[in-house]
Design a protein around this ligand. Structure first.
Ligand code: SAM
Ligand code: CA
Length: 221
């Protein structure tokens, strides 16, 4: 028993998956295909995908944003949890990665729920705001270039309805943020981002130690 978050050993992690993971076959296959990719480590973990699908179900989310698609694991996990009239507006810059995503969305029967926008996500989000889409989304998942996290967060917050939720990935960054010798651009950006979010009175906050750290921020009404 413990009154602080458990350190998850390999054995405990295997147990957690064994007694809780319910990964659909198509997501398992996407994970296996992505494992062969040189950037396979960019994909979220299966238990995180399941957690995010639970969150969107819990919220009754219908309109979602995704910043950073890669081969489509997180978008597929979330899309499968949305109602038939649900939508993910998914942003990425990479045609090669997202061609894998598209093929899996088709096979999973969720392609009609995902609107892929290829181009810098800051521009796509600005276009949505210019188009009068403020307060029009329920859920956003931020998982692209770390230096732009403040810009993504600010825009997503405006695009979400009051009570909507932003999930931000990699906010524990393999534990490197506690070591001040780690002064690379991504580590510095994530440290600054975490401090800013902690002080942000516009949101309710929790940093969940699942995957590489997932910050949940609910837009206060
Ligand atoms: N969520 C994905 C998953 O579950 O597999 C992983 C996303 S991966 C960590 C980050 C993605 O962000 C890459 O596919 C990359 O092409 C994309 N990206 C990088 N810079 C971007 C930008 N400025 N705008 C949009 N997407 C960007
Ligand atoms: Ca990530």
């Amino acid at each position: 028993m413990s009154n602080r978050t458990l350190q998850v050993t390999d054995e405990v992690y295997d147990y957690l998956l064994d007694v809780s993971l319910r990964e659909p076959e198509i997501l398992k296959e996407l994970r296996e295909v992505t494992a062969e990719h040189p950037n396979a480590r960019m994909q979220i973990s299966p238990e995180q995908g399941q957690f995010m699908s639970l969150l969107v179900r819990l919220m009754g989310a219908r309109r979602c944003l995704e910043i950073g698609v890669f081969t489509g694991y997180s978008s597929l996990a979330v899309a499968a949890a949305l109602p038939d009239n649900g939508l993910i507006l998914a942003c990425d810059v990479n045609e090669e990665y997202t061609s894998i995503a598209r093929a899996f969305w088709e096979r999973a029967g969720v392609a009609g729920k995902i609107d892929l926008r290829l181009g810098p996500a800051l521009d796509t989000l600005d276009d949505l705001l210019d188009d009068g889409q403020a307060d029009a989304f329920d859920f956003a998942f931020i998982d692209a270039d770390k230096s732009s996290y403040p810009g993504y967060f600010d825009r997503c917050l405006r695009l979400l309805r009051p009570g909507g939720l932003i999930a931000v990935d990699n906010t524990l960054w393999s534990g490197r943020l506690v070591d001040e010798r780690e002064q690379d651009a991504d580590s510095c950006a994530l440290r600054d981002f975490n401090r800013a979010v902690h002080a942000d009175e516009r949101i309710d906050l929790s940093l969940v130690p699942i995957g590489d750290g997932l910050t949940l921020a609910r837009k206060r009404p």
